[in-house]
Ligand binder design. Sequence first.
Ligand SMILES: [Zn+2]
Length: 245
Amino acid sequence: MSLDLPTPAVALAIGAHPDDVEFGAGATLAKWSAAGCVVHHLICTDGSKGSWDPTTDLAELVVTRQAEQRDAAAALGATGQCVFLGWPDGELDSGLRQRWEVAYWIRRLQPTVVLGHDPWKRYRLHPDHRHAGLLAVEGVVAARDPHFFPEQQLPHHRPDALLLFEADEPDHAEDAGGFVDAKLAALHAHTSQLRSTMFIDHTAPADEVRRQRQAFDDRVEQRLRDHRTGEPVERAEAFKLIDRL
Ligand SMILES: [Zn+2]
């Protein structure tokens, strides 16, 4: 297990849905932001399936989730952009069209480090997470080579490293100590997801809401503790590191 990349100048985190980046790498991005890194978010889908309520106004949900994503980025201390590609939730593909868009944003934002879902995680069910992961990987390849998509008229750009979260075979840890609260605050900013993703039911009595919120925070923190590498790193986010790009 390698530990802690040098703080990048610019990071681009690519998620399938609003909230994926915070789950996968929130503490790492908060840590880098605090050290002066410009953190950008690129969200591939519109998040329009993120509700258990069959009567939800989906157009409104999309707007709400974009605002929540911006709030979450702010909670991490991120100073970069939140870019929304707006593909329909649940229908993301990793075709040429989508790869073109991801490569375009990598070239525009010129990240030192790109973060994304591990597309090769075994037994992963959600197709958007798999496709978003492939887009991060294949977007890097297209962005770094000058003869891909020359009509973009942007200089090609080769990041130094790619970090895959939810990794099938993690081999790199980022110390999350001191940034657990920022990660939790960013996750809680996704208010529309409290029920379906975090199992916090705001219509329950206040005591019960508090208990559910604590249970969620405990689960997140336990996951960080599972990746600890030992003294002095007691909480960590784990990744697959690809640094020969
Ligand atoms: Zn997701």
